[in-house]
Design a protein around this ligand. Structure first.
Ligand SMILES: [Zn+2]
Length: 134
């Protein structure tokens, strides 16, 4: 699974890094090492929209090993969360992935993307990330 921070080929080759405007609009170049860590309450740390779909795409069905298809994204922004629901393409088993979007990395990226449309919807403190063990 490729969950490391994405480094543009140009940066790796010593050329100037791509600017944010050159990147996909759903990708946050400020992803850090806490991406996909868990919160104390068991949510998965997300840093942008794209990473949530990457996470689901990297998972296989626990029942049959099939690939998953995203069928819904449930807005729980007022809780600092986003829920992604997926089903197995083969056996139709259902999975729910709940991502933490209360963290500063996500919120700063979201504010930049939304511009004047950005309205903070979660007024609690950002959840603390915990490094997954093992
Ligand atoms: Zn399955």
């Amino acid at each position: 699974m490729a969950f490391r921070k994405w480094r543009p080929r140009e940066e790796a080759a010593g050329r100037p890094a791509l600017e944010e405007k050159d990147l996909p609009p759903d990708y946050n170049p400020d992803r850090d090492d806490t991406l996909f860590w868990w919160t104390e309450d068991g949510y998965i740390i997300a840093h942008d929209q794209a990473c949530q779909l990457e996470y689901v795409a990297a998972c296989a069905c626990a029942e049959c090993g099939g690939t998953l298809a995203v069928i819904a994204q449930i807005n729980r922004a007022w809780q600092g969360l986003n829920e992604v629901v997926a089903v197995c393409r083969r056996c139709r088993a259902r999975y729910s992935f709940i991502f933490d979007i209360s963290n500063a990395v996500y919120q700063a990226w979201w504010a930049r993307q939304l511009g004047e449309l950005y309205v903070p919807q979660y007024d609690g403190p950002p959840r603390t990330p915990y490094e997954p063990s093992g």
